[in-house]
Design a protein around this ligand. Sequence first.
Ligand SMILES: Cc1cc2nc3c(=O)[nH]c(=O)nc-3n(C[C@H](O)[C@H](O)[C@H](O)COP(=O)(O)O)c2cc1C
Length: 199
Amino acid sequence: MEKKTVLEGLGLRKGWIYEAIVATYSGGKPHAAPMGVCTRDLRTLNVEAYKTAQTCRNISSGGCFTLNYAKDPSLFHASLYDKESLRYERAKKIAAPLLKDADACMEVSVIDAIDLGNRIGFAGEIISYAQKGSAFPLVNRAEALAIECLIAASKVPYTSGREKEFLLEYLTYIRRAVSRVAPGSGAEELVEKVCSGLE
Ligand SMILES: Cc1cc2nc3c(=O)[nH]c(=O)nc-3n(C[C@H](O)[C@H](O)[C@H](O)COP(=O)(O)O)c2cc1C
């Protein structure tokens, strides 16, 4: 039997998107922003960054970044809207900062960059990783989206007009989002079943 890769061992699934905080240096100053990360082969990590993002320019020039994982959304909030409150330390093996308050992190070195029009797709290899707790804290939106789907669908029979239209549009959004962040998952199957039952 083939040995598990590090990413497989940490619980990542092929093609699923996990929410993390990407930290880089911006002219020597630590910088962070939330981004989705996935793996297509369970060996390399992929981040697609909008060209307008500072993070995109920092990864292009620095050639490396850290991925910082947290279950608590307040760290994601701070990395978007309260950047001054973030506490950093230097990564051990690459020239990028780490978020002190993250529950886990990965140090990543860029091995490829592809122009995707308005975004750059970076592929990187994991150089090292560390975690504070026993389980690696991966955040994937699929389970929460499935619960949202059930809540919205359960309201549909009791609504009409604009309110019903809103719920059906919301369910379409959820259906697309779950397929994007967790293809092949039980959550995707559940959402498909519920939504097709409403058609
Ligand atoms: C959970 C979450 C995930 C995000 N994923 C991405 C992503 O994959 N790529 C991207 O370019 N922006 C993503 N964003 C938006 C960026 O974080 C946002 O545009 C940020 O302001 C960029 O910051 P910067 O210009 O300081 O790098 C995400 C935001 C959140 C909250």
